[in-house]
Every structure is written in structure tokens, then in C-alpha cells.
Design a protein around this ligand. Sequence first.
Ligand SMILES: Nc1ncnc2c1ncn2[C@@H]1O[C@H](COP(=O)(O)OP(=O)(O)OP(=O)(O)O)[C@@H](O)[C@H]1O
Length: 320
Amino acid sequence: MREKALQQNLSDDLAIDVCDLVKDFGSKRAVDKVSIQMPRGQVWGFLGPNGSGKTTTIRMICGLLEPTSGYGNCLGLDIQKEADAIKKATGYMTQKFSFWEDMTIRENLAFVARLYQLHPIKQVVDETLKTLGLFDRQHQLAGHLSGGWKQRLALAAVTMHNPALLLLDEPTAGVDPQARRDFWDEIHRLAGSGMTVLVSTHYMDEAERCDRIVYLSHGKIMVQGRVQEIVKEVGLVTFKATGDGARERVEAFRRDDRVDYASYFGAALHISARDRQALQAAIGEFGDGLQWQEIETGLEDAFIALSQMQHMQSNTSGKG
Ligand SMILES: Nc1ncnc2c1ncn2[C@@H]1O[C@H](COP(=O)(O)OP(=O)(O)OP(=O)(O)O)[C@@H](O)[C@H]1O
């Protein structure tokens, strides 16, 4: 009854408007009271460690999985009562999107066009091939394509019916950097034409290309906002050290409780903490002989620190 009353507060102006979504698999809570209010026409990134609940949330949003509790709308449609209409109005690219490998690109797309009852098939397929830059390869077998072209074919298949919302679950996993960049150009082109895109990813450069980020951990939203807002909210101070022996000091800093995060990358040691004084004290103790410089905290540093903090919190509450 209460949910029904609350349901009336959902906004049709939002592409996704879900509240307190919970999903339990047996005794395991995969998604824990997730609420997302996403305006139309934007590109949002869905981030979080493996198993944090991204796929499960996406599947509930597009009506493929019934929530244990919670409610919401997707494109103004009730995620529980209007799942069929949502499926028609969305494009969902799963992590293991599959094709008929022994069929050509054109044949695969024609098959999808028939599934969606798109007419006239030839014209729809021609347009899709041209828009996605697949026309010259239309007669290649899907099974012979490289990872990047396979993902492009998958994108063609899920956007062919011109969905209002595109849900992409780690679409560029295992794809080389140039192909990832091309894929993201396509995503922004689609967003420019009015499509709303929610994309889960583990890549920071991709996260930085999103209008907003939602970061999940253990089924809960830990933080959301623009990249800069998130970095600020995590509130880390970061120092970078170069010089002989920088790499060898990583372990010492990692073991130190005053340091939230230590890592070696870009030929430099990076250490971060929320407590500046504590961090400087640690540098004073273990950082001798290195060249230190304070730098802006990157998104990756912020996320790794977040997941480590969350990990420590759950260990502590587990012990309690
Ligand atoms: N059908 C299922 N039955 C039981 N447990 C499940 C099922 N689907 C997901 N889970 C569990 O729910 C949790 C969240 O999984 P989910 O796939 O949503 O995470 P994810 O953030 O998408 O992970 P990844 O980044 O690895 O894709 C995991 O612990 C997973 O093992």
C-alpha cells in the first residue's frame, strides 16, 4: 500500500527512477536499497568491484529480474508491471552478448530486425550498418571478427530498434584501447541523438567520459556524482614519489595504518590518505631520499581507497 502511494511520486521526466531496490538470492543480499534517479539524455557510469551488484541492478531496472522489494519506473513504465513494454523500449547489451558466429554481420542484424518486427528489414539493416560503420564488413562472418568489431556488432543489434534507453554491461571488456575509444565515440553520438545510456565499466578512463557516476559496493551505492565531486567527497590527500627505491617502499606504506592506499604506477609511488598529518608523518618515517610532490587525487585512487575502506568496515562489522 505504502509502495503504491510512493509510486505516484515517481517522475516520468526521468529515464530511470527506482527506489530502495533490494534483491536477495537465498540468504545473499546482492542489491541493498539502491535508488537511482537518472534524467533522460545523459550517459551514466555504473562502477564497483566484481560482485557489487551492478548487473543485478541493471536487470531489475529493465524488467528482467523481479526485485525482492523496492519499486520504480524505467522510461515512465513500472518495472514490475510493465516489464514487456520496458524490454521493447530499451536496448540491453549483456556481458556475454552472443551472435550466430557462422552468420555474417548482415544476417545477424536481419535476424534481430525480424525479432523486433522492424520493417522494411533491408532498409533498417542498411541504415544500421551505415550508422555503426559496419557496411563494408557486412558479409564477414561474425565469428571471424576481432573483439572491437564484435562489440560494435552487438551495439548495432541492441540499438537497431532505436531504444530510448541503452543499458550496457561492461561492453568493452577485453577490447583494445583504440576500439574502446571508437566504441565510446558511438555511445556519445547515440546520447547526442537523445538516447539515455547507463554503462557499467571497470575502466577509469571510461568512467571519466560519463556525465555522472554511481559507485556500488556490496550491493549499496557508496557514492554518486560527477567525477570531480566524487573525488572531492572521498576526501583523499595524495602524494607522489619518484627516485631510486620508490617501488620498493610500496609495501612499507601499504602496511602502515596511516596510509589508506599505496600503489606504484606511471613510474611513481602514489600514496593517499584522508588524514593529511598522518600521511605526512608516514612519509617522514618511510619516505627518506625520494622526491615527493602533492598531486590531485585521481578517480582510480579514490575508488580503490573507497573499496578498501568499505572492505575494512565490513570486516569490522563482521567481527562485532
Ligand atoms: N542468479 C544468481 N543466483 C545467486 N547469486 C547471484 C545470482 N546473480 C548474481 N548473484 C550474486 O549477486 C552478487 C552481485 O552480482 P552481480 O553480477 O550483480 O555483480 P556485478 O557488480 O555485476 O559483478 P561483475 O563486475 O563481476 O559483473 C554476487 O555475489 C553474485 O554472485
